[in-house]
Design a protein around this ligand. Structure first.
Ligand code: MTE
Length: 325
């Protein structure tokens, strides 16, 4: 929590529900038990297997999080290498070429940075990056499943979005949360492409946004986010396709109506609002049954809700998710 009395709880003192649940599931699997420490399980190039975490440096988010506390996610899958995570990216504001994002984004200015949080909020507020880093940062190892059928396992650093939303006190009319990325064509050459309508916008239902798995990430592998990964702050929603995890956020609004996202506006027949990972519902142009894990050979089966069904399936009870890609 920020403001008022700040009581910092070290991550090792708490066991959030999803970690507890993930652990319990992992315990059932038994064999690789030793690897299950504080891990929860999370789109990259061929031939880039897991490597050692980068050493601590000036970009360190939190001195208490110098490196991932586990080498796998809670399902036993190896972390994707830092090199792959930072060199194979989707960030259309820079380019549609995954291998060129890192280079085109290298001089992107991420400080100073402000995020306006408001809309249907009792206490709307502008948070500087320093304020965001005041929230207790924790590690979350998540699988990231891109709608293009590739995936990675990423050790994020960040804090639950819920904590930020609680600070601004959502009003009773608030039913959705709308997010916007920075617009700055001088720095982001992809924004000069008239074929898309900027800014990049995403949205969540309020209960999805308040779920403990929903993260505002500020780092990867214990280091501050690099521009190509959405610095300085981005969303991570691990049970939804990667395009929901909007990067370089400057605005968050509590709203009454379902927001129209960048991809809903750009290709309404291919991308919907919910976009939960579902191996049984194919993209109109390709299958979603399997995925390619970056750095590994072959393909693996895609799991419903990207493997987080136990934690999130209840959010969609009674809904027919087959109509949303
Ligand atoms: N956010 C913005 N602002 N612009 C984008 O082009 N791409 C999305 C998502 N967030 C995107 C974005 C897609 S399609 C994916 S798969 C993930 O970011 C990729 O995140 P990564 O490059 O950190 O792996």
């Amino acid at each position: 929590m920020i403001g008022g009395n700040v009581v910092k709880i070290h991550p090792s003192e708490i066991t959030p529900e999803h970690i507890y649940l993930s652990r319990r599931r992992f315990l059932k699997g038994a064999a690789a038990l030793a690897a299950a420490t504080l891990a929860v399980a999370a789109c990259g190039p061929e031939g880039s297997g897991p490597t050692a975490a980068p050493t601590a440096g000036p970009g360190l988010v939190s001195p208490s999080l110098p490196a991932p506390s586990a080498e796998t996610d809670e399902l036993g899958a190896a972390l994707t290498s830092y090199e792959a995570i930072t060199n194979y990216n989707n960030f259309y504001e820079f380019t549609t070429s995954k291998e060129r994002v890192a280079d085109l984004a290298k001089d992107f200015r991420t400080s100073p940075w402000e995020v306006q949080v408001g809309g249907l909020a009792g206490k709307p507020r502008v948070f500087g990056l320093e304020d965001l880093l005041e929230f207790e940062q924790e590690e979350r190892i998540y699988r990231l499943r891109c709608v293009e059928a590739w995936s990675m396992v990423i050790p994020w650093v960040g804090f639950p979005l819920r904590r930020l939303l609680e600070e601004v006190e959502p009003l009773s009319g608030a039913q959705y949360v709308r997010f916007e990325t920075l617009v700055d064509p001088e720095q982001m050459p992809g924004q000069e492409r008239a074929s898309f309508s900027w800014p990049y916008v995403e949205g969540l239902r309020l209960d999805e946004a308040m779920h403990d798995l929903t993260l505002l990430a500020t780092g990867i592998y214990g280091k501050s986010l690099l521009p190509q990964n959405g610095a300085p702050v981005r969303l991570v929603v691990p049970w939804k396709y990667g395009f929901k995890s909007i990067k370089s956020i400057v605005k968050i609004d509590l709203v009454e109506e379902m927001p129209v996202s960048f991809w809903m506006a750009s290709a309404p027949h291919e991308y919907g609002f919910y976009a939960t990972v579902n191996p049984e519902v194919n993209h109109p142009r390709w299958s979603q049954a399997t995925e390619r894990r970056i750095g590994e050979s072959g393909r693996m089966e895609t799991l419903p809700f990207n493997g987080y069904a136990e934690e999130v399936a209840h959010l969609y009870e009674g809904m027919d998710l087959s109509q949303w890609y």
